[in-house]
Design a protein around this ligand. Structure first.
Ligand SMILES: [Zn+2]
Length: 265
């Protein structure tokens, strides 16, 4: 919801945003990048962003909307033509200042999604990338390197799904250390939360196209489709994850988190 507001401000959209006008775009974004829930509840982010103090929802008569329950039904937002606005001093700032929008974008992306998804989310919203601050980049690189070495070792420097082990001049090529429970959600840099994955299967894991069963086998989402998906995804369904002998299994807590919050079952 915040990213959608940033994108709208960048496009010079009006400061008052009607629920019925946001619903479709918000649905698409939730379906693609939100947690795998049954019904898409666009009314929840539209309503609950108010608790952050940067968003006010009013009815058609411009009176702050009140509802009886803590979660308003969608029908209430539609029939009363709920319209939200960012307080003018904030809206003016993000509308005017592309650097501020970029900084907020980077913070929100880092806080809520793993880096494999950032580019796709930015493109879906047509938001441009900020300059990363040098200090953050260094800290992040240092952290990533030690985690990567550890995880590649526990998986024998092969993709745990497809066994890809490509190297370029001796160094692993397009082989990542993936967090099962995302780092931005509190998942630790630990071997029982890490899998070596080729770049493709890393993205597939973070998007929920593949998951992990309780018996530590690969699961492939039934929602995957496309002519080449047998070759790239489906044939690995049910296969045990590739890990070095003696490597710790993935912690069940992280596996359950991924199944609940990411996997498109
Ligand atoms: Zn792979």
């Amino acid at each position: 919801m915040l990213l959608l507001l940033l994108a709208r401000a960048g496009r010079g959209a009006p400061a008052d945003l009607r629920y019925v006008d946001l619903h479709e775009e918000l649905s698409r974004l939730l379906r693609e990048f939100g947690p795998p829930r049954g019904r898409l509840q666009t009314e929840l982010p539209f309503w609950h962003l108010q608790s952050e103090g940067v968003w006010v929802v009013r009815d058609a008569d411009r009176i702050p909307l009140r509802t009886s329950g803590s979660n308003p039904p969608r029908s209430a937002l539609v029939t009363r033509d709920a319209t939200g606005y960012v307080p003018p001093r904030y809206w003016a700032a993000i509308e005017r200042d592309a650097e501020l929008r970029a900084e907020l974008l980077q913070r929100i992306l880092s806080e809520f999604w793993p880096p494999t998804l950032h580019e796709a989310i930015r493109q879906a919203l047509d938001l441009s990338l900020p300059e990363l601050r040098a200090r953050e980049t260094v800290t992040r690189a240092r952290r990533d390197n030690s985690f990567r070495d550890l995880v590649l070792e526990t998986c024998g420097a092969r993709c745990a799904v497809c066994s890809y082990d490509g190297r370029l001049a001796g160094d692993p090529l397009a082989l990542d250390a993936a967090h099962v429970m995302w780092h931005c959600e509190g998942g630790p840099d630990a071997p029982d939360n890490g899998l070596a994955l080729c770049s493709f299967h890393h993205t597939a894991l973070d998007r929920g196209a593949i998951g992990i069963s309780e018996s530590q086998r690969v699961r492939v989402s039934p929602h995957v489709s496309g002519e080449q998906t047998d070759e790239w995804l489906r044939r690995f369904d049910g296969r045990p994850l590739g890990r070095s002998p003696g490597a710790p299994p993935l912690h069940p807590r992280f596996v359950r988190w991924h199944a609940r919050e990411v996997y498109r079952g």
